[in-house]
Design a protein around this ligand. Structure first.
Ligand SMILES: [Zn+2]
Length: 435
């Protein structure tokens, strides 16, 4: 090596005035060259680490918990769906999500419980006896629910894992373990899934069901690919498009439209369909919204399939930055009216914190809005089998702590009409107070 000008950037280091002043004599160019060499090495290491991270990520999202992409006959039936556009399922009611939605911060101090909740274990012996009136609902927190309806036992969006997500690091930890063991729930006729987001479709839970040979898995289009990879035999899976139905026992299960999306990883969004579900038995009817934002066509569900003795409606994890992705509590009450629900059970709250609002705010606001509109609601206690009778409605008591929360007036959620933030749905909440 000589002291000739470095050719990397065309700068003659020996002639730079600062170098000349700092380092007289022959040693002058050596330090900047060493510095550049170190910078080049550091950049090479950073580049290599980035390549390893990307490659590792690509390998990671192909591991079992992320499921599988639909192919073959499954993909062929997807491609016949009116909802399938340009290689993915398209939401007919485009959603607006604020560009700042992914910036963390601004969360409520009470978005998760600050001390362990005491949730009583389910008295599973009660589940061994059929419900007196033919309809019983056991809510396990968030959206996981056992519905017994006209002799059919249906487990909805069961999440028995420790977190919603692929790992402790990348998941959202549950507030409490499930109040009952899966194996103690008794015979299960149907496992019903609304969509493949992690807080609704849980890998370890489905894996634990691989031996449930008498159970039919009823799911929206595409989700069978995940289930098959996880050990559920194809002949036990029924995949449906919106408005299609499957009948198990004496109950018809109808997939209903929803304003939402799907994906287990960001590289494969909306490869599978999302839906709500109507359950129509000879004596009773119930409707589960799945995850959904507000859309006016909810009324069609009521016209075609209602009225419903009970509805279970997405009432939590909303935010002004994603007003179209989940219903606000007030719009959950509106949805209950639109579908002709006679008793609203708020779900999608109470076990995972996926939005900044106070964790008890969804149920507090549902209570305020339902009371204001004269609608009936039932806030279930996690793990307690409950027949939705007038007595149960009259006897209900809050099981959650009294925490600060924001009213509909303080923290309004206004969905967009069609994904345009300048055009909002004009439905004013009835309740403006409620504390
Ligand atoms: Zn979802």
């Amino acid at each position: 090596m000589t002291g000739r000008p470095d050719s990397d950037d065309g700068t003659d280091v020996a002639t730079k005035p600062e170098d000349a002043l700092d380092a007289p004599g022959k040693a002058a160019p050596a330090r900047p060259r060493r510095r550049r060499r170190w910078v080049r090495r550091a950049l090479a290491v950073i580049g290599a680490l980035m390549v390893i991270a990307v490659a590792g990520g690509l390998i990671y999202v192909r591991t079992a918990p992320f499921g599988a992409s639909p192919s073959g006959d499954r993909l062929a039936s997807i491609e016949r769906s009116p909802q399938w556009k340009d290689g993915e399922f398209a939401d007919p009611w485009p959603q607006w999500i604020s560009p700042t939605a992914s910036i963390p911060g601004g969360g409520s101090d009470t978005s998760s419980p600050d001390q362990p909740l005491s949730i009583a274990a389910t008295d599973t012996s009660r589940l061994a006896v059929a419900p007196t009136h033919g309809l019983r609902v056991t809510w396990f927190g968030h959206s996981s629910t056992l519905v017994e309806i006209d002799g059919l036992r249906v487990l909805i969006d069961p999440v028995w894992g420790e977190q919603a997500g692929p790992s402790r690091l990348l998941g959202t930890k549950a507030f409490y373990p499930p109040p009952a063991d899966l194996a103690d729930l008794g015979r299960m006729d149907v496992v019903l899934i609304s969509h493949d987001h992690w807080d609704h479709l849980d890998y370890p839970t489905i894996r634990a069901m691989a031996g449930w040979s008498a159970t039919t898995f009823v799911v929206p289009l595409g989700i069978g690919a995940h289930l098959e990879r996880w050990g559920i035999p194809a002949d036990r899976i029924r995949e449906l498009d919106w408005w299609d139905s499957a009948t198990v026992g004496s109950v018809e299960l109808v997939a209903t439209p929803a304003r939402h999306s799907s994906a287990r990883d960001p590289l494969r969004s909306s490869e599978t369909l999302w839906s709500g579900w109507a359950l129509r038995g000879p004596q009773h009817r119930m409707w589960y919204s799945g995850d959904t934002g507000y859309f006016a066509e909810l009324a069609q569900i009521g016209q075609r399939l209602g009225p419903f003795d009970v509805t279970m409606i997405d009432s939590g994890q909303y935010d002004p930055k994603w007003p179209d992705t989940h219903l606000s509590p007030e719009l959950a009450v509106e949805a209950n009216a639109l579908v002709r629900g006679e008793l609203l059970i708020p779900v999608h709250w109470g076990r995972f914190s996926l939005a900044p609002h106070s964790w008890t705010e969804p149920v507090e606001r549902v209570r305020a809005e339902a009371a204001c509109r004269g609608q009936r609601y039932l806030a279930l206690v996690p793990g307690v089998p409950t027949e939705p009778t007038e007595d149960a409605v009259a006897a209900q008591q809050p099981w959650w702590p009294a925490l600060p929360w924001h009213t509909a007036a303080e923290a309004p959620i206004y969905p967009t009409v069609n994904g345009d933030p300048d055009q909002r749905v004009d439905i004013a909440p009835c309740s403006t107070g409620g504390r």
